[in-house]
Ligand binder design. Structure first.
Ligand SMILES: N[C@@H](CCC(=O)N[C@@H](CS)C(=O)NCC(=O)O)C(=O)O
Length: 272
């Protein structure tokens, strides 16, 4: 049995859902974890995922954590169609994209999401509830990032870090696809494309992707092709349901400040 613990508006949970859709696997069991109701802190769930985060995959009792590792595992479990190249060096290069997405890309999207959208949710809580939410977290870096984004908004240093990260990633996507597209690893759609795409979908849903694509036609063509994949729709990638409108509206509110910060960054360090 394949059970996926997920939250619908989670950019990490969307990764395994999209991988399952790529594989045509539909007989997985959804296990919903409501992050804003604190279900990730339930002691039973913490046994599966001590970091109190989604997704978690449980396959016949075997617990697999970390969204990119779950996708890699699913690719091994269902080898057809393959989402990894055949050659060891190409696999290593593919994993370099994913490492960058996991290490820096996630934090960047999470910071921008917090500043634009989740900040208001947390500020609307009572001081005691907000503190209880943070006290329940088990990863100090996450709590520090969230506190900075909530208290400092666009002035949080995490915003500049997000801009630096995604400037670098979009520049690299544009250059790579221009040289050897249509996908990041050439002719084959791989886990590199998939793992980046759910993060970029969130930026897109907050109307924050356009500034990065404006002068990058190859990155734009790549992004259009990702969105056209049936798995993207089947897995409901990007803000969906009642989150769609708040994401778009709240994201649009920070676009001007975001563009100013980005211009500051580009003036100092260059575009990518
Ligand atoms: N590196 C982890 C990150 C997982 C993660 O941070 N997930 C977020 C949702 S996208 C989460 O569970 N957050 C818990 C919270 O907000 O309290 C992975 O890729 O699985």
């Amino acid at each position: 049995m394949l059970e996926l613990y997920y939250f619908e508006n989670s950019i990490c949970s969307e990764r395994p859902k999209m991988a399952l859709a790529e594989k045509g696997v539909t007989d997985w069991v959804p296990r919903h974890i409501h992050l804003f109701k604190g279900e990730q802190f339930d002691p039973a769930y913490l046994k599966l995922n001590p970091k109190a985060q989604v997704p978690t995959l449980v396959h016949d009792g075997e617990v697999i954590r970390e969204s990119s590792l779950i996708c890699d595992y699913l690719d091994d479990l269902y080898p057809d169609p393959p989402l990894k190249p055949a050659e060891p060096a190409a696999i290593a290069h593919m994993r370099e994209w994913i490492k960058e997405a996991d290490e820096a890309g996630f934090e960047g999207v999470a910071s921008l999401s917090f500043v634009a959208v989740f900040r208001a949710k947390l500020l609307a809580m009572s001081d005691a509830d907000r503190q209880a939410y943070w006290d329940g977290q088990t990863v100090l870096e996450r709590t520090q990032r969230q506190k900075s984004c909530v208290h400092e908004g666009m002035e949080s240093p995490y915003v500049m870090r997000a801009i630096a990260t995604w400037e670098r990633i979009f520049a690299r996507i544009d250059k790579t696809v221009a040289g050897s597209g249509p996908w990041l690893m050439g002719e084959q759609f791989t886990l590199a494309d998939l793992d980046l795409s759910t993060f970029i979908a969130r930026l897109d849903g907050m109307t924050l992707v356009e500034p990065w694509l404006a002068e990058r036609p190859h990155a734009r063509a790549w992004w259009r092709a990702v969105k056209a994949r049936p798995s993207y729709t089947q897995a409901n990638v990007g803000p969906s349901g009642e989150e769609t409108e708040p994401m778009r509206v709240e994201g649009a509110k920070i676009v001007d400040a975001f563009n100013r910060k980005r211009a500051e960054y580009v003036a100092k360090y260059g575009a990518g």
